[in-house]
Design a protein around this ligand. Structure first.
Ligand SMILES: O=C[C@H](O)[C@H](O)[C@H](O)COP(=O)(O)O
Length: 244
């Protein structure tokens, strides 16, 4: 499921640039995935150099990495708010590296690592949500499967509901375990392929209102800034200012 055509250097540039924007004293949402990991490592370096931050992890993996690099941690319900979240994406729709189209709105597809439920919770709670990506993630429309985390007992009824909307749900299987991927929350993931997603907002609402769905991977208009690491720098798309 997890694929990215981007290079590690591109991801590192994006992650480091976003981490460089974190102010002293901030509560920081720590995203999941290989690109967000670069931001967490950079935050660790900055903590070593004296930066005072508290990280709110979005997954077992981001918690482990933050512990390893020395970023102090707190749970979401133990902080007064989240100042900034830094997170990756499997696809960033509506932002183009050549600025062919405006970036007044954006849709992210997340959940390639099955972390999207906690990611959405933390990213949406943040005053500023910085996405970190490489150019391979940019797309004109949603063209990757949409991950849907479901209660285990709901997998067949949610799969039926997805089919009713023209989607093709597939239970995510584990790589090195027989059976399905089980999320950090003890749930299952349906990867839902749609031929065309003409109205991502409508699909997001439909999925959110389907009983048994814990969370889906469509993040509509949540991102404030997208940092796209390139071969020689970082393209920064400030969506918040373009929306206002
Ligand atoms: O569940 C995982 C997350 O949504 C990740 O942020 C997303 O899959 C992107 O990961 P990566 O930066 O490794 O491509």
């Amino acid at each position: 499921m997890k694929q990215s055509g981007g290079s590690e250097d591109q991801k590192r540039r994006a992650g480091e640039r976003a981490a460089a924007r974190v102010d002293d004293g901030a509560v920081v949402g720590l995203g999941t995935g290989s690109t967000a990991a670069h931001a967490i490592r950079e935050l660790g370096e900055r903590v070593d150099a004296g930066l005072d931050v508290v990280g709110v992890p979005t997954s077992f993996a981001s918690r482990e990495l933050a512990r390893e690099v020395g970023v102090p941690l707190a749970d979401l319900d133990a902080v007064d708010g989240v100042d900034v979240a830094i997170d990756g994406a499997d696809q960033v729709v509506g932002v183009h590296s050549d600025d062919e189209t405006g970036a007044a709105s954006s849709v992210l597809v997340k959940g390639g690592g099955a972390a999207h439920a906690r990611e959405k919770l933390v990213d949406a709670a943040a005053d500023a949500f910085h996405v970190v990506a490489d150019p391979s993630k940019l797309a004109a429309s949603v063209s990757v499967p949409v991950p849907v985390e479901v209660l285990p007992a709901a997998r067949t009824v949610v799969a039926d509901a997805v089919r009713d909307r023209g989607g093709d749900p597939s239970l995510r299987r584990a790589d090195r375990k027989d059976g399905p991927v089980v999320t950090d929350n003890g749930n299952l993931v349906l990867d839902c392929t749609f031929d065309a997603v003409d109205d991502p907002r409508a699909l997001a609402t439909a999925l959110s209102t389907t009983p048994g769905v814990v969370e889906h991977g469509l993040f509509v208009d949540l991102a404030d800034t997208v940092h796209v690491g390139t071969d020689d720098g970082v393209d920064v798309h400030d969506l918040a200012s373009e929306r206002s």
